[in-house]
Every structure is written in structure tokens, then in C-alpha cells.
Design a protein around this ligand. Structure first.
Ligand code: ADP
Length: 386
């Protein structure tokens, strides 16, 4: 008789008890008192609805049904059996027994129900604790994984820093030697051109080394210089056009005029390289990556976005890939967060650090039309001479 809907279940039980009480009463009132044996059987049949009510509805339900039975049955005793003397009292006592019986059964049923409720609550608490434990174990596992990765990366970083440091001294020597040789081969000499190349490339290598060591020493800051974001974007799009072409992705640049900010060009270039490379990697062949300089406001930006005070310069990189991993949109900036097999998860973390070191922000969001959008916002430089 158990039904899933508790209200329906309740009313079915009430109906069953009512039918039984009504049925037995009908038998009583419909059978002549000339057959006392049948009446003895009927009055014991009342124990069934009384007992069921006590089991289903507890002490109060059992007593209530006993009351109803008494109200129906006692008049029958008085009307039909008033000539009976001792037998009359037997029947009245039996009515009293209905109350005792339903009281006892109801009491134990209530106790059993309370016990089961406590058990269920304990069970739910246990399940919650287990769930919490599992979550914590997962977090622990992730942290352990990050630590392992950080350890590996820091070892690689230290090694790279040491190697770079070792390169610096011979590089100085090469440059010094080249400068001495330049005196021997003044401009106009057929070999002077080679010396110029040697010096230029040595300078370039030196800059790479300095920049790398600058990263290895966190917190290194300098004033920086005026940088045209459009120019930086042009350079980056230019030298990333080969990997983009290989991936079958078109990279379009929309930058009409100079957008000047103050900062370190190499660092800003690194931010853009990270953003454009990520976008190219995420975009399927035949699709497009768009780099916009100065014209990407007016759109919904990620929750992490905060306004940069004063005049701002913006640059955004939009792609037509699958978008940022759902539910983890803001985690992409966490160090070591990566979904790539070969990824380090450091590109965006470093890029955001660079943006913030320049007094700006780097935010990300999924575009409503599909794909991801990264927005770099930096304080714009006021034009010095109109
Ligand atoms: P890595 O490229 O080594 O994974 P990043 O910090 O550059 O490290 O990126 C972190 C993660 O952010 C990526 O693994 C990827 O899941 C996600 N991501 C970055 N750029 C995009 C993009 N344009 N589209 C979709 N997901 C991206």
C-alpha cells in the first residue's frame, strides 16, 4: 500500500482504516443478536483497523480510531445487549482494550519512527561528510599536482637562468672584440657590413638575455618608454603569421592609428604573443583570429575586469575557437592552469602580471557568438606634442 506520493499514501491509509471500521460496524448492526458467536468474532475484527491506525499514524492516530470505534460500537452494545449483565461489561471492557492496544502499538510505532528519522539524519550527515572529504581529497590531489609541476618548472627555470647568465659574459666578450675589429674595418670596407651584422645580432641576443634575467628576478621595474600598441600588434601579427598559416588560421589586425602607452615593449610584446598564440591554437583551420587595437570597448567584459582610471588604451584578441573552458573562465589566469598536454599554464598568469605591472588589467570572457575574447586595458599616454 506504499505509494511514492506521501499525501496520496496518507489518504489511501485513512480510506483503508475507514472502510474497515465501517465494514465491521455494518456487520455488527446487520447481524441479529441471536447469533452471539458471530458478534464475538466481529468485535475482535475491530483490532485490525485500530492496530493499523496505530502503526500508520502513531499513538494519536491509534487512539483517535479507537475513539471512533467506541463511538460507533458502544451504542450498539447498549441498545442490543442491555439485558445481558456480565456479558455487557465484558464488551465495554473490550472497548477499553482497544484504547490500551492502540496506545501500546502507537507508542512503539512512534518510537520506531523517531529512531528511523534519527538514523536517516545521521546517514545524510555521513553522506555530506563523505562528499566534503572527497572534495578535499580532490583539492589535495590538485595541489599536489601543481606542486609537482611547479617544482619541475622551477628547476627548469633555475637551469635556464644559470645558462642565460653564463651566456652573458662570452656575449660581452664577443661584442667587445667586434667593436675592436670595427676600427680595423671602417665603413666602406667590404667586410664592415659583416661586423655591423655581428654587432646588431649580439645586441639582440643581449636584450633577450637581459629580459629573461629580468623575469627570473621578479619585481624588476623600470620607467619604460612610450610604446605604440598598434605597432607592437603589427610586429607580433607579422611574425606569428607563419605558425598561423601552418594552422590554417587567418590573423587579422584592426589598428588604424597609434595607441600610445608607457611601458616595456618587450614585455607588452610577450603579452600579445601569448594571447595571439593561444587564440591561434584554439581556432580550427579556416577560421579567424582578430586583433583589435583601441576599439574593443562597449562589449561585455569578464567579471575580473576592473576599470583603469583615466584615459585607457585597449587591445583585444578574439578567436573563433571553442571558448574558455566552461565554469573555469577565470581560472585561466591561475599559474599552472592548463588544458593542453604540453602546456605550462604560465602564459596568461605572466601576461596578467605584466598588465598589472603596467597599471592595467587583462580580462577574458566568452563571446556570445562563440570563441574567446581577451582584453588588455592599459593607461594611455597623453600625447606630449599634439
Ligand atoms: P598554456 O597555453 O601553457 O596552457 P596559458 O596560461 O597561456 O597556458 O593558458 C591557460 C589555459 O587557458 C589554456 O590551457 C587554455 O585552457 C585556456 N585558454 C587560453 N587561451 C584560450 C583561448 N583563446 N581559447 C580557449 N581557451 C584558452
Amino acid at each position: 500500500m506504499l505509494v511514492n506520493d506521501p499525501r496520496k499514501d496518507f489518504w489511501i491509509k485513512v480510506g483503508a482504516v475507514a472502510v474497515l471500521v465501517f465494514g465491521v460496524s455494518l456487520l455488527h448492526y446487520g447481524t441479529t443478536t441471536a447469533r452471539p458467536l458471530l458478534h464475538d468474532v466481529y468485535r475482535r475484527l475491530y483490532y485490525i483497523p485500530v492496530g493499523l491506525a496505530a502503526v500508520w499514524f502513531g499513538l494519536r492516530g491509534g487512539l483517535a480510531v479507537s475513539g471512533v470505534v467506541a463511538a460507533i460500537y458502544v451504542p450498539h452494545i447498549i441498545i442490543y445487549w442491555n439485558d445481558m449483565g456480565r456479558e455487557l461489561w465484558n464488551r465495554v471492557m473490550e472497548v477499553g482494550l482497544y484504547f490500551v492496544f492502540s496506545g501500546l502499538v502507537g507508542f512503539f510505532a512512534d518510537r520506531d519512527r523517531a529512531y528511523r528519522r534519527r538514523l536517516q539524519m545521521a546517514n545524510e550527515r555521513l553522506e555530506r561528510s563523505y562528499e566534503e572529504l572527497r572534495r578535499q581529497a580532490d583539492t589535495l590531489f590538485q595541489v599536489e599536482e601543481q606542486l609537482r609541476r611547479a617544482d619541475r618548472l622551477s628547476a627548469i627555470g633555475q637551469l635556464a637562468a644559470a645558462v642565460t647568465h653564463e651566456i652573458r659574459n662570452p656575449l660581452g666578450a664577443i661584442k667587445g672584440t667586434a667593436e675592436i675589429l670595427r676600427d680595423e674595418f671602417p665603413s666602406g670596407h667590404p667586410k664592415a657590413e659583416f661586423l655591423e651584422i655581428l654587432l646588431k645580432e649580439t645586441d639582440r641576443l643581449n636584450q633577450v638575455v637581459e629580459e629573461f634575467l629580468g623575469y627570473a628576478r621578479p619585481g624588476s621595474t623600470d620607467e619604460g618608454e612610450a610604446v605604440d600598441l598598434a605597432q607592437v600588434a603589427r610586429q607580433v601579427v607579422g611574425f606569428l603569421s607563419t605558425p598561423a598559416r601552418k594552422a590554417g588560421v587567418t590573423v587579422t589586425l584592426e589598428a588604424d592609428e597609434a595607441v600610445r602607452v608607457g611601458g616595456r615593449p618587450a614585455q607588452l610584446k610577450q603579452v600579445l604573443v601569448n594571447l595571439v598564440l593561444n587564440a591561434v591554437q584554439a581556432t580550427p583551420p579556416g577560421r579567424r583570429v582578430t586583433v583589435r587595437v583601441g576599439s574593443c570597448d562597449g562589449r561585455v567584459l569578464g567579471a575580473e575586469y576592473r576599470e583603469v582610471a583615466g584615459r585607457v588604451a585597449r587591445l583585444c584578441v578574439e578567436d573563433e575557437g571553442p571558448g574558455l573552458p566552461r565554469g573555469e573562465e577565470q581560472r585561466v589566469f591561475e599559474p599552472f592552469f592548463t588544458t593542453k598536454e604540453e602546456g605550462t599554464g604560465l602564459g596568461l598568469a605572466i601576461s596578467r602580471k605584466i598588465a598589472e605591472a603596467h597599471g592595467g588589467t587583462l580580462a577574458a570572457e566568452n563571446r556570445p557568438e562563440g570563441g574567446a575574447r581577451f582584453v588588455l586595458t592599459l593607461p594611455a599616454l597623453e600625447e606630449a606634442d599634439g
